[in-house]
Design a binder for this molecule. Sequence first.
Ligand SMILES: [Zn+2]
Ligand SMILES: [Zn+2]
Length: 101
Amino acid sequence: MNNWYEALVRDCYREHDETCGAGASCGVRDDHVRNVYVPMALRDRVEAAEARIKAVREMHGPWEEPGHRVCRVCTAPAEWEETYRAPYPCPTVRALDGEDA
Ligand SMILES: [Zn+2]
Ligand SMILES: [Zn+2]
């Protein structure tokens, strides 16, 4: 099991003991944590991760140039002598999609 998951479960036990009416002496403490607190914490974690992915994806959005679409972040300004044109989707967006760059 991943360390982050064990840490999340530990946090859930702590939060349970602080917020469950019965505290640490809750008669169904393990079930309560596993079935209520852990799913809520996982949902929060997934939502936060997806929000960050969305922000990166929007940051690396397409920019229309004559003849082609490029990534507006990974493309160097046109006034640079050595211009780099990253076709959209750029390697960052492809990595978010789970494709090899
Ligand atoms: Zn409880
Ligand atoms: Zn990019």
